[in-house]
Write a protein that binds this ligand. Structure first.
Ligand code: GSH
Length: 306
């Protein structure tokens, strides 16, 4: 039993990134279906404010953001690796480009395809989430504007695959493949857009990614996931608090907030900090004491009032 719980919903592209990662590593996991819009009453006690999808839970340890989720899966289940054939940092860098730049273009195409059918409540939620007004009447025009940039970004991937390699860095899939794939999935599978139809190499590669499947999934009730956190203790902390420009030391009250969308802070006591991740301790009556883990890239860490 892996103890892996994923809080997600079927139509979420970043969740598809993690689901395919489970498929590559052939992992068994438990699936908690969460609402796609706020409120998320059974998730908030676990994360302390972070609302994005997906969130990984292992006992009383909560991992936010797919950047960190995949790193944690790699640490616990190193074979097959998410870092084949190329320096690890380069795969992370390509993934960060895909998750941010490429994903933005993919969202525009997807919302152009089905956005006008989404309920008002969903568009209102995503306006708050993104910090910009989403106007139903302009979605198709915005998709037309973004089609060129999307094809420019993915033209690099089509070029990279032109020598008939199976995956971006060789014969095996990497973190970079996963990050590019969930954006392509959003356009191809969710939006059923033909914007990428003529990219033969890209489509053949996407078929190979899809074929990994989702690993061995079983369903779990959200309340049972909360109870599992309450019944567990956070895993012993690895590492310490590294010297940092803010002068933060272990035990300091801090807040961690995404720097792009869904900018809801999580506040807690600093327990570990290194160049790539930050861990804070917090507690809530529903879950007891939990450790919430975030990546450093893409997040703002600052002191908070106790
Ligand atoms: N950088 C985040 C991005 C996650 C993200 O933006 N997820 C979307 C769904 S695919 C989201 O949170 N939408 C709002 C929501 O689900 O509440 C990650 O890698 O996990």
């Amino acid at each position: 039993m892996s103890g892996i719980i994923l809080h997600h919903y079927a139509t979420s592209p970043f969740s598809e990134k993690v689901r395919i990662a489970f498929g590559i590593k052939k992992l068994a996991w438990q699936s908690v279906d969460i609402p796609p819009v706020m409120p998320k009453p059974d998730l908030m006690p676990l994360t302390g404010g972070y609302r994005k999808t997906p969130v990984l839970q292992i006992g009383a340890d909560i991992f936010c953001d797919t950047q960190l989720i995949l790193r944690e899966l790699e640490r616990r289940h190193p074979t097959p690796t998410f870092y084949p054939g190329l320096a690890r940092g380069l795969a992370e860098g390509v993934a960060f480009w895909a998750d941010h730049q490429l994903f933005g273009a993919a969202v525009a195409i997807a919302f152009g395809a089905f956005g006008d059918k989404l309920p008002d409540a969903f568009l209102e939620d995503r306006s708050k989430f993104s910090g910009r007004n989403i106007d139903r009447a302009r979605l198709k025009q915005q998709a037309a504007v973004m089609q060129g940039p999307l094809r420019a970004h993915l033209g690099w991937i089509e070029d990279a695959l032109a020598d008939n390699r199976a995956f971006l860095f060789g014969d095996a899939p990497s973190l970079a493949d996963l990050a590019v794939y969930h954006c392509v999935w959003f356009v191809r599978e969710r939006a059923r857009s033909d914007a990428l139809a003529d990219y033969a190499g890209l489509n053949a590669w996407a078929d190979r990614m899809k074929a990994f499947g989702h690993g061995e999934r079983s369903d779990l009730d959200a309340k049972a996931a909360v109870a599992a956190a309450r019944a567990a203790q956070p895993a012993p902390v690895r590492g310490t608090v590294m010297p940092n420009a803010l002068g933060l030391t272990a035990g300091a009250m801090v807040s961690v907030t995404p720097d792009d969308t869904g900018r809801d802070p999580t506040v807690g006591e600093l327990v570990a900090l290194d160049a790539q991740s930050v861990t804070i301790r917090r507690s809530a009556p529903e879950v007891g004491e939990v450790h919430v883990h975030f990546p450093r890239a893409g997040f703002i860490l600052v002191p908070a009032k106790a």
